[in-house]
Design a protein around this ligand. Sequence first.
Ligand code: GLN
Length: 380
Amino acid sequence: FQSLYSATVIDRLLNEDAIIIGRLNCDEFAMGSTNENSAYGPTKNPLNTSNVPGGSSGGSAAAVSADLCHLAIGSDTGGSVRQPAAFCGVTGFKPTYGMVSRHGLIAYASSFDQIGPISKCIKTIDLFMRVVSGVDSFDTTCIFNKEHFNQMPFQPKKFKKIKQNIVVIENAVNHYSINKKVKELFLILLEKLKKSGHKITYINMPLLDYLVPAYYILSTAEASSNLARYDGIKYGFRSQDAVSWDDVIKDSRSKGFGKEVKRRILLGSFVLSEGYYDNYYSKAQKIRRLIKEETNKLLKENNFILTPTSPVLPFKIGMKKKDPTEMYLQDVFTVQSNLTGHPSISIPIKSNFPVGAQFIGNFGDDSNLISFANYIKSIC
Ligand code: GLN
């Protein structure tokens, strides 16, 4: 399907003479963590070609990691920019919700999605944000005007002088699913931060266990509604075998959607159904509010929240867990900032190694978070 119109982000990049050289692989409708849900087949991880690059924006992270481009764009609903960036040893940034227009982006879950950049160079990420951020009359969820970003200087040097308060979620670092190597590198980073004079505080966040369930209930509910438009009539895939009106819809959706997308439509329709709405959807909304309150509180007392980006190292291609719930649990650290809307960045802890550190910053304070990330890279 070829769209009749462009996306705001693409238009703004072209207006500044960016050179767009191609499009990249991703999981179908941005649903996945390995790129293996793509109809084109999986992308290989340039750091080790028998591994997955992460997902859903795995093609973007792989292209940057393999030096095919300076910057690639992805969309992040629950970690799809940050997790593949971590798996491919590059930097990925999810802006504050409402910082970048989503006009022209196919939504997975509208209240979670943000378009975000992946690059090796944080200054390039900063430049991208200056070009694409700002209100757009085509997307009423955009809340920041262009000046908001343009007036903020990129100033990594200030962090050498001004010490930061960083809060580490202890039950994330000691999470049952955490890989030994991930933990080891993360603890080395904490030591470096302390040595540089920053204050590290540890907290226990009991809500951590509720993040993945809340995310998958709410995001699939939104997806089941967003994907209703793919009926084989207006646009997209249309089954040639169907004759009646009912069959066109049923057959086109059955044949057109992949397994994971169907699973999520079913789950989303289930949690929104009359008998289960209160048990699942409204409870998840309440958890979303609680986690927002907790995150705001932590960021009132501290400058940044720090966790590993992913608890695991990249999987081998084809090793994808049979049990989808197990796969969903890998998103445990990235979904928090999509539930709350805060900006969040993943930076490689060690060069050419697939482990990332994730920093969450204050709402709307993206520029400061990007500057801080650049400083962190200099001490890594
Ligand atoms: N891995 C997450 C999921 O499968 C992230 C998706 C995303 O951010 N688009 O839902």
